[in-house]
Design a protein around this ligand. Structure first.
Ligand code: ASP
Length: 416
């Protein structure tokens, strides 16, 4: 069995869905599980609706835009307005509307309930389209398969349950039909919809592949594979033909957005190869991530935007000691905040983290009685693996640097 993951860009409009379907058809003799993201920028649109709803703003226009967008794609793909796909799509939107009538007092749980619609609706449209063009496909609700704990917005996987459900719901059915399911979403112990963190569909693909010992996973992207830097920022980007699991995992840790950071581990543990391929040029090879020994690699530049630099200063003329650090780390752990870079001076400790507003506010609340806390938002973290002086100059020239550090092979700077 192969697992294919298609992201939002690969189904952003009717033409893209047709292209995606043509890729699926190329593999018609294979057992195929398709993991799908929300269409285009739907997740961002739903996030904005969620925020507006919490702020009690009018959401009618944004909701109508989302509806028009999805019905527009469906009608282009299946023009018959009496087709069950159209009736069911209307039902999905009715359900979304119902959710929006009453706000859940738990804002993050409410987030999960709303945001998951992007994946549910997109997989619904694509499954109907595949069947419509004669490609037998079964739609599967990922929430029946991906079991998580109750953590909203970042559900932790219950591997045992998920494994069991993959065997019950996917294994017996995949022989006759392709199965299409949603990335990014799951169900909690208490029966609530959960999400796995933004861009989490790659992780879903890795989870099911690992549970079912798939032959390979392919992530179909709008880039030719994994490159040593973002081709939109640096014209001389080069593609890696192959990468070891270790290299790829490190790159995602530093912020290489091409694959979600949690994707590599389940695959490496089961030695399942991961392909990153272009949906625009499906015949090309892409990048293969697998168990291999890497030679000397070229400098690899990873730019992670939307960072926040937080500095905790002791106020009582003591130094940053283990007790202070333990207090800070304890709060970071409790709030599930991942440090991207850290540095200390005698009286201060600084961390660079993803700018997740709701978590940062909670962190400051917890620690403001112990430290003087300063923070800067809208920063970028630049990491260069295998750096050279030329590359460092190239990325930092003319930039305001807030924090900088280097090891033998890695250079990192937090900059405006
Ligand atoms: N749709 C979700 C997001 O945009 C998950 C994904 O696409 O991986 O974050």
């Amino acid at each position: 069995m192969k697992v294919f993951k298609f992201g939002g860009a690969s189904v952003r409009n009717a033409q893209a869905v047709r292209n995606m379907a043509s890729i699926v058809e190329r593999y018609k003799n294979e057992e195929l599980l398709i993991v799908l993201s929300a269409m285009g920028k739907t997740t961002n649109a739903l996030e904005s609706i969620w925020q507006d709803r919490l702020a009690e703003k009018n959401i009618a226009e944004k909701l109508e835009d989302l509806r028009t967008y999805h019905f527009g794609i469906l009608h282009e793909l299946i023009p018959d307005t009496q087709h069950p796909a159209a009736t069911e799509l209307a039902q999905w939107f009715e359900q979304l509307n119902n959710y929006l009538q009453k706000v859940d007092s738990n804002a993050n749980r409410y987030y999960d309930a709303l945001i998951s619609f992007g994946e549910l609706v997109s997989s619904h449209i694509v499954a109907h389209y595949l069947n419509h063009i004669g490609c037998p496909t079964q739609w599967l609700d990922a929430r029946e398969v991906i079991a998580t704990d109750n953590t909203a917005r970042e559900g932790k996987i219950d591997w045992e349950k998920t494994h069991e459900r993959c065997n019950q719901l996917i294994k017996p059915n995949i022989k006759n039909k392709r199965i299409i399911t949603q990335g990014f979403i799951g169900k909690s112990e208490d029966g609530y919809t959960t999400t796995l963190g933004r861009e989490g569909s790659d992780f879903t693909a890795a989870i099911v592949a690992s549970c079912l010992q798939a032959e390979s996973v392919s992530i179909w992207k709008d880039v030719p594979g994994i490159l040593n830097c973002d081709p939109k920022l640096f014209a001389d980007a080069v593609k890696f033909e192959e990468l070891s699991y270790q290299e790829a995992a490190e790159m995602t840790y530093y912020g290489a957005s091409v694959i979600h950071p949690k994707t590599i581990k389940p695959l490496a543990n089961k030695n399942i190869p991961l392909w990153v391929k272009s949906f625009e040029a499906p015949e090309e090879r892409g990048t293969l991530i697998h168990d291999c020994i890497m030679g000397q690699l070229p400098p690899c530049i990873i730019i992670k935007p939307n960072q926040c630099l937080i500095t905790f200063k002791v106020t009582d003329f003591t130094f940053i000691n283990e007790e202070n650090l333990s207090l800070i780390f304890h709060s970071l752990d409790a709030l599930n905040i991942k440090i991207n870079v850290m540095q200390n001076t005698a009286i201060s400790f600084s961390i660079c983290v993803d700018n997740q507003d709701y978590k940062i506010k909670a962190l400051i609340n917890r620690l403001q009685d112990h430290f003087k806390i300063l923070y800067n938002e809208d920063l970028t973290l630049a990491t260069v693996k295998n750096y050279s002086p030329e590359v460092i100059k190239r990325i930092s020239e003319g930039k305001k640097i807030y924090l900088e550090q280097r090891s033998r092979s890695n250079f990192q700077a937090v900059m405006a």
